[in-house]
Design a protein around this ligand. Sequence first.
Ligand code: ATP
Ligand code: AMO
Length: 420
Amino acid sequence: MSTVQCVLAGSAQMMLFALSLPKESIVVVEGAVALLDNPLRYTTVREVEIQVRKLYCISRAAPKLPISVEDAGRSAEEFAKAEAKGVPLPCVGQDTRLDYRVIDLRTAAGQAVFRVQHQVENKFREYLSSKDFISIHTPKLISGSSEGGAAVFKLEYKNGKCACLAQSPQLHKQMAICGGFCRVFEVGSVFRAEDSNTHRHLCEFVGLDAEMEIMRHYFEVCDIVDGLFVELLRHLNENCKTELEAINRQYPFEPVKYLESTLRLSYEEGIQMLKEAGTEIEPMADLNTEAEKKLGQLVREKYDTDFFILYRYPLAARPFYTMPCYDNPAYSNSFDVFLRGEEIISGAQRIHEPELLAKRAVEHGIDKSSIKWYIESFRYGTPPHGGFGAGLERVVMLFCGLNNIRKASCFPRDPQRLSP
Ligand code: ATP
Ligand code: AMO
């Protein structure tokens, strides 16, 4: 989207008509394009203006809009200047923006965030396709929970049956491997009923998932993540300069620091770094948000990167389908990936042995009859395999340094919001 100045060069009647048009009305103009001697500071097309001879209104906006694009799109610099002058500008709150999302999305930053998101999704597909992954589509209505836990939306299905909205494509992406596809990926909706009123949790998000056969070690999955994300970060920096500038004007952020070969730290090394920095930490539990942030900060100081892989998590902190480490089953063949001190990806090798899988499901309190079809799939011969899942909105939020995942979702769904 770009902005160009239009100068009315027609009749007085046309001027009056133009003045009667409310802001945000859709018009078609006809006129001459003129080169400008003094490029305009306030338009994005700076070299030219249109001298309008004819003006047609295609869609008239309401005379009074609930929020204005100008207010919703003010830059951090404008706010700072107004503050310094002692006349603070009105600030459009997050909920108001989301209530009137179609107006909020018209701001330069609103447009830019979703163009970046488009690039992330495209790169994910393109990179994995180039590595022989094929795209699949798994069902979103399933008979049991795919990640375990209570965070699942249940609904009435047909013939007295109850269905769950898939919390991830986990079970079916693994079953695609059982089905003889060596490498698959999916871009699809994921539903989580968790009551997480945080800056980084949604009830519905877009999952970027992949699953692959592995030959020797689950680091083969980490290698794919590494190659994909290093290429993605480079691609976004090179190809989204205008978008990143627009976002930066409204929501200032530092560019992401990353290494050409992604840093891999073991969970134990991570815990050690946290302990040495004086953070109290339970060594065999998952990292809480605060510990993740702290570790991100320590890694940045020591290794000069905002992007790293933390592997070999305690088994107790991982879902039931995660493969325990062969040398010490208290740990697992799993990893998380962090960007600016927050998790953007989870991945692991999976258990491909049905008895162990059933045992682990029961230990996690999962009714194994609800996922019998999944466990049975491993009785017919399955290669060792692993994969990973990222949240599209979370990747965009953290890459762009946004403070809230709702800014990276066109129409976010959270525990409080089911519309627009
Ligand atoms: P994953 O599902 O892979 O773990 P995630 O980033 O959503 O991905 P969670 O396990 O949901 O991770 O949460 C990680 C941490 O985030 C938790 O340990 C907790 O500290 C914090 N967290 C999650 N939900 C909430 C919440 N509703 N309120 C406050 N903090 C939360
Ligand atoms: P996990 O539950 O960690 O793993 O989810 C994978 C990634 O999805 C994103 N994410 C979310 N984004 C927005 N709102 C949420 N409520 C939310 N929850 C998770 C995060 C997270 O890293 N099946 C495994 C993946 C795998 O092992 O292949 C899974 O779903 O970016």
